[in-house]
Ligand binder design. Structure first.
Ligand code: GCU
Length: 413
């Protein structure tokens, strides 16, 4: 098994376009996800579920993302639909804006923006993902609420609110609705503003107060994933949504977040990582593009402190990112890359799927096994895994959604 990956790494180098092989990746040996800490090999799905999966989850919690609380950490959580219109997107959809408050006083909250197709019979499947620049930046719909001044006061000093629709290209709402899905999103700053403030604001402050932090204390990615789970808590109460058919999706740092949300919360029926790169889908041992040292230096608040011990020592990690993918098994998983997005290491993103396939096989499902990196814009879908690399740079484009939706249709329709 290990040798196979070493060979694969070398073989891949010879078939890549220039932009990718300009910086040779290290030959690497991946840990075998089926090898238990006691040296035995997992033989069946029950052993995986009861013994091996918890071992890997423990590694990911204690060494990477930190230990996340549950919903019980916010006993005063409550939901209010504060705005609803049946005439959104030119009559195609019902828009809801739901305030998910984590404390009685509603000081700590996230605002969930939803569009639900009007043309539906019964509850519909949905995509749920966090967004970067505010709900108002995902659409030109003038009714979408902006951040309040109190909210903005919690963001990074000097934070500039983006105009409406800045990121609308990443959220093709009409296309999603016309395909029979609801879509829901919240801005990640709502749960934990994305800057290193020593965890004095955001959800860490509400839940942990001034309790001293340690090497396993949860970071921001874990908090954003926790926020997605709280959105799921709401979706379970919304009669328009089939909560057994919710796909969690994210781009880049929020793709790392969707993978961790899918790992920690098995209510998500399908998981999509778009260009999640380092500490998302990309194999760390390749040290191609962004490295652990770079990510921990530039974003010291994203992961738990123990993770920093692996800076420059990726080969010492007792896991690699294919095992994060394996945490999603047997649920379907889709990983997407862009060929110019070398910082996120498209090849490493692809190979984490290959590395997780043995776990899907335990459940009787196929996964991706080919060691040949797919051609640009030739999506690959095998069993419960999908992958594509599109032309262009780091972004989420309509092309990406045009691949996600048919993949999701196979499992959620
Ligand atoms: C930076 C960071 C990446 C991250 C990306 C993003 O480039 O280095 O790890 O994925 O931001 O979130 O857009």
């Amino acid at each position: 098994m290990k040798h196979l990956f070493k060979l694969a790494a070398i073989a891949v180098l010879s078939i890549l376009p220039l932009s990718l092989d300009a910086q040779p990746a290290n030959p690497y040996e991946l840990p075998d996800p089926l090898l238990m800490e006691n040296g035995k090999i997992v033989r069946n799905k029950n052993q995986w579920i009861k013994e091996r999966r918890p071992e890997i989850m423990e590694m990911l919690r204690s060494q990477m993302f930190g230990r996340e609380p549950g919903a019980d950490a916010v006993p005063d959580m409550h939901f209010k639909v504060i705005e609803e219109s049946h005439d959104a997107l030119g009559g195609l959809a019902t828009r809801k804006q739901v305030k998910i408050s984590f404390d009685k006083n509603e000081k700590y909250y996230l605002m969930l923006l939803m569009y639900v197709p009007n043309d539906k019979k019964g509850p519909v499947p949905a995509f749920l993902g966090a967004n970067f620049k505010g709900n108002h930046a995902t659409t030109d719909d003038p009714e979408v609420l902006m951040f309040t001044p109190e909210k903005i006061a919690t963001f990074a000093p000097g934070y500039v609110v983006e105009p409406r629709a800045t990121n609308a290209h990443r959220w093709p709402y009409e296309y999603i609705i016309k395909n029979g899905y609801a879509v829901a999103t919240y801005c990640y700053h709502d749960v934990d503003p994305d800057f290193h403030d020593g965890f004095h604001n955001g959800i860490h402050q509400l839940i942990d107060g001034d309790k001293p932090r340690n090497g396993e204390s949860w970071g921001s990615i874990s908090a954003w994933a926790w926020g997605l789970s709280r959105c799921m808590d709401y979706l379970e109460t919304d009669k328009d949504i089939n909560s057994k058919k919710v796909a969690v999706i994210g781009h880049s740092r929020l793709g790392k977040t969707s993978l961790w949300a899918g790992a920690t919360d098995q209510r998500f029926a399908l998981v999509i990582s778009n260009e999640s790169g380092c500490s998302g889908a990309a194999i760390a041992r390749r040290k191609f593009g962004e490295t652990l040292q770079a990510i921990n230096r530039n974003f010291p608040h994203w992961f738990c402190d123990n993770y920093k011990a692996y800076n420059g020592r990726e080969e010492k990690m007792p896991w690699d990112q294919h095992e994060l993918i394996a945490m999603i098994a047997p649920r379907p998983v889709y990983v997407a890359s862009a060929i110019e997005d070398t910082w996120a290491d498209p090849v490493g993103e692809y190979f984490s799927l290959v590395g997780a396939t043995s776990v899907y096989n335990l459940f009787g499902y196929d996964g991706i096994t080919s060691h040949e990196f797919p051609a640009v814009e030739h999506p690959v879908s095998v069993g419960r895994m999908g992958y594509h690399v599109r032309r262009g740079a780091h972004n989420t484009l309509l092309y990406d959604w045009e691949q996600f939706i048919p993949f999701a249709d196979r499992f959620l329709k």
